[in-house]
Write a protein that binds this ligand. Structure first.
Ligand SMILES: *Cc1c(COP(=O)(O)O)cnc(C)c1O
Length: 464
């Protein structure tokens, strides 16, 4: 057996990786030729790679490392819990202290009467749980035909077959197919799809598509509507202000369940504990994962309101994961929540860090490539465009320009992601103003280099 260590030469690690490791969301053959970047350690907002480069993580891993890297407290709690009770399940009339404590804490933090928690290992399986929850809810109320879930195009709700069907990513649907009784309406993406409408008018029009869908499918067929308060993986799409109040009105009027997928927005990302507080919505169910443990261990959950929990509880719920409420994951998540709360990280985001980041982010509008700059709390996006006035798309294949820009960021040791030709950030919530300044030095340099490159390659052209 080969012993694989941090001290192996990068090229050897890359060759072994290419030989045996299939990467998610990657063209693996091409990646194997190029070689993946090997990350060896991390502290605060900084990653170190196998070449000793220090990289500023503008994405908090995958939107999850809210408290930053390298907090010993979480390692200590994990070690202690592994020694005491490394595993026990929560099926068949058993429970344990970490899961009791975490469920109680989540009920306390969650708004309104979201007081009941069903655990999973991440966001995808939590959304699978939600599909079963809402269908079982209506079955138990004697309305088993009420089983259609309405979602949105370009939404991300996970990567399992059911949660990707629930999501609205066309590329994922093309590979894994759909499941029955999921219906998609359009997203509130004004920049790309608003046409000649003013943002406020467009927001209302897109919300009213929910009402139209309910009327068309039948109120007695629609079980629930699911949405991210701010679409994350779709490109940090922030709906116009008119959108969410109208969605809430429609859900109330037709009595359909509202599921807020808070996997990214939860645990401080938007400047409140949950995105639904920032946007003024009242969900019956919230999906959580990512920031709940700051990514240190895999854990997710559905947080359920009193009434839905009561109806589900009327009968046996034929559902559960081996790792539902895993004691080590629960103990680590609880410690993460303690840190977020005691160090007032969410308050600091709301009052200090997010306003500072917003000012710097919106100032990017002075850059020749940047047409729109959107930000809520600590998640932001910019739309790259060859013509700001007409909100033009590039003539090149969508994503070409975004990819060039991302590669420049990568080279300049700042992690930003591209979604098509939008660039997005979601840094650890603990990033300091000085680190934000450093991040913008690197972002501006990368944008300038990308601008020069696309100019040189003749790509600065609008689509017809
Ligand atoms: C990441 C994400 C998921 C999926 O979570 P996993 O832990 O990757 O399964 C679901 N919903 C949203 C909004 C996400 O961002």
């Amino acid at each position: 057996m080969v012993t694989i260590t941090n001290h192996m030469p990068t090229a050897e690690l890359q060759a072994l990786d290419a030989a045996h490791h299939v990467h998610p969301f990657s063209a693996n053959t091409e990646l194997g030729r190029e070689g993946a970047r090997v990350i060896t350690r991390a502290k605060g907002v900084w990653l170190t790679d196998s070449e000793g480069e220090e990289i500023l993580d503008g994405m908090a891993g995958l939107w999850c490392v809210n408290i930053g890297y390298g907090r010993d407290e979480l390692a200590e709690v994990a070690a202690r819990q592994m020694r005491e009770l490394p595993y026990y399940n929560t099926f068949f009339k058993t429970t344990h202290v970490p899961v009791i404590a975490l469920a109680q804490k989540l009920a306390e933090l969650a708004p309104g009467d979201l007081n009941h928690v069903f655990f999973s290992s991440g966001g995808s399986d939590a959304n699978d749980t939600n599909i079963r929850l809402v269908r079982t809810y209506w079955q138990n109320k004697g309305q088993s035909d009420k089983n259609i879930i309405i979602s949105r195009k370009n939404a991300y709700h996970g990567s399992s077959v059911a949660s990707s069907a629930l999501g609205g990513m066309a590329g994922m649907h093309a590979q894994s197919g759909m499941i029955p009784n999921i219906h998609h309406i359009n997203q509130p993406n004004w920049w790309a799809e608003g046409g000649d409408m003013a943002p406020a008018e467009f927001g209302l029009a897109r919300a009213r598509e929910l009402e139209e869908a309910i009327l068309e499918l039948g109120q007695d067929r629609v079980a629930a509507f699911i949405a991210e308060p701010v679409q994350g993986a779709g490109g940090v799409i922030v709906a116009p202000d008119t959108y969410w109040p109208e969605i809430q009105r429609i859900c109330d009027k037709y009595g359909i369940l509202l599921i807020a997928d808070e996997v990214i927005c939860g645990f401080g990302r938007t400047g409140n504990w949950f995105g639904c507080e920032t946007l003024g919505i009242r969900p019956h169910i919230m999906t959580v994962a990512k920031g709940m443990s700051s990514g240190y261990v895999p854990i997710g959950a559905s947080i359920i309101c009193d009434e839905v929990a009561e109806v589900i509880g009327m009968d046996e719920f034929n559902h559960g994961y081996t790792y539902s409420g895993h004691p080590v994951a629960a103990a680590v998540a609880l410690e993460n929540l303690r840190i977020l709360e005691e160090e007032k990280i969410v308050d600091r985001v709301r009052d200090v860090t997010a306003p500072y980041l917003k000012q710097k982010w919106e100032a990017l509008l002075d850059h020749p490539l940047v047409g729109e700059a959107k930000i809520v709390g600590m998640m932001g996006s910019i739309a790259l465009t060859p013509n700001k006035e007409s909100r033009a798309k590039f003539a090149s294949e969508p994503g070409t320009i975004g990819y060039i820009c991302r590669e420049r960021c990568f080279k300049n040791n700042v992690i930003m992601r591209h979604v098509g030709d939008r660039m997005i950030i979601s840094p650890p919530l603990v990033i300091t103003p000085d680190e934000i300044d450093e991040m913008f030095v690197r972002i501006r340099k990368s944008l300038d280099e990308a601008h020069a490159e696309i100019n040189e390659r003749g790509l600065l052209k609008s689509a017809a």
